[in-house]
Design a protein around this ligand. Structure first.
Ligand SMILES: Nc1ncnc2c1ncn2[C@@H]1O[C@H](COP(=O)(O)OP(=O)(O)OP(=O)(O)O)[C@@H](O)[C@H]1O
Length: 374
């Protein structure tokens, strides 16, 4: 009967509860009455109700069981410590996304604010997750932290504020939205204006903590939504994750090209590898067939061309995403357009971006090759 609980997954940690030592005594009497003891990580664990329901359903499916009683308790401090150690690996806390980890790290940057970087990142994340990849998303945009809203992670009890993540001792469990594990500065500050005033060292510590103390588990891809420009966060991310790949988002406007190019150049100076440019807010076709180039044209190709200069391999324009009411609306509703309206031209462009990102595989820049020279 215990084996039947292998199918019950902790919705936050995303592992079977049997692997997490959450299952205590399990018994069934001669009349088929089953009794299961469950130990949750913390009191008031938000996943409690889901776990209890899934346990009942799993036990009810076992042959011969006529009724189920579930006793829900909480782990002892020692049990919790053992769990966090097991999840993170033995030894002291460390940043798991090192150059030799199997996770692809992709930072999304832009020159100017408001070009749709967060919208592109959120849609790319859910699109990658929809392909079956394990995806994490770190919202490091201190000035905007719009990712929770874009993915529907608003706290129902605090309108306009992001949900708070569960903490198990010093381990933080990222909330999951549309299959993506998400962490954002917006989940930790009460007043959205607070973080904007943080100085460099504080921001550096926060990014470092996100990458070390947040339990993402094994990820295929970790996306980072950086603040626009070349400020402290971009430099900290460059120092902490010098092997990251970088996508530069820009608009078609020629005037935006200089600053967009600079953010790509700064990323490169820290050793990161610019894998391509995304042009957002491109021309759209009005209902009468007129093509409207609200922000001009050519900016994406221009930035790609500039970033290619002096490089061995050209930096490609990965996608051109048109202006789209559905894309904007999906962001406002917290349901990314790639899931809600996959046929929208902007959603199709993001699907093409997803293909391009996946087909590039992982760059070797900054990685140990594991080759021994004798
Ligand atoms: N292709 C698009 N069509 C229509 N609206 C868009 C498009 N891309 C983004 N937007 C809208 O533009 C606004 C800014 O987008 P977003 O917050 O993603 O930009 P950003 O570059 O991350 O900004 P910042 O870095 O300053 O926080 C949002 O209201 C978003 O819905």
């Amino acid at each position: 009967m215990r084996r039947s609980l292998d199918a019950v997954i902790d919705p936050e940690i995303r592992r079977p509860i049997t692997e997490l030592d959450m299952v205590g005594d399990v018994s069934v009497d001669a009349d088929g009455a089953a009794q299961v003891d469950i130990r949750l990580t913390i009191v008031g664990c938000p996943a409690a109700r889901t776990i209890e329901r899934d346990v009942r359903e799993a036990i009810a499916r076992v042959d011969g069981v006529t009724s189920t009683s579930v006793d829900v308790g909480v782990m002892s401090r020692e049990q919790r410590a053992a769990l966090t150690e097991r999840l993170r690996g033995p030894g002291k806390r460390r940043m798991p996304f090192t150059a030799d980890s199997l996770t692809r790290v992709i930072a999304v940057t832009s020159g100017k604010g408001g070009v749709g970087k967060s919208t592109v990142t959120a849609n790319l994340a859910v699109s990658l997750a929809a392909r079956g990849l394990a995806v994490g998303l770190v919202d490091a945009d201190v000035h905007g932290f719009s990712i929770p809203g874009l993915l529907g992670l608003d706290d129902p009890e605090r309108p306009g504020r992001a949900v708070r993540p569960t903490r198990v001792d010093d381990m933080i469990l990222p909330p999951v939205a549309h299959g993506v594990k998400v962490i954002s500065i917006g989940m930790f500050v009460d007043d959205p204006a607070t973080a904007v005033a943080w100085r460099g060292p504080m921001l550096h510590r926060t990014i470092d903590q996100f990458l070390t103390d947040v339990y993402f588990g094994d990820l295929d891809v970790l996306l980072l939504d950086l603040p626009p420009g070349t400020g402290d966060v971009a430099i900290s991310v460059g120092q902490i994750l010098p092997h990251a790949e970088v996508i530069v988002v820009t608009t078609p406007q020629a005037a935006a090209a200089d600053v967009a190019e600079r953010s790509g150049t700064v990323a490169r100076q820290t050793g990161q590898h610019v894998i391509g440019v995304v042009e957002n807010m491109g021309a759209f076709v009005a209902p009468d067939g007129t093509v409207v180039e609200m922000f001009g044209s050519g900016g994406g190709a221009d930035v790609a061309e500039r970033l290619s200069r002096g490089q061995e391999a050209a930096v490609p324009l990965l996608a051109s995403i048109p202006l789209s009411v559905d894309l904007r609306r999906g962001g406002d509703l917290g349901i990314p357009v790639v899931l809600d309206r996959p046929d929208d031209p902007a959603a199709r462009a993001i699907t093409a971006l997803t293909d391009a990102v996946m087909s590039r595989g992982r760059g070797l820049a900054g990685r140990p090759l594991g080759v021994n020279v004798v």
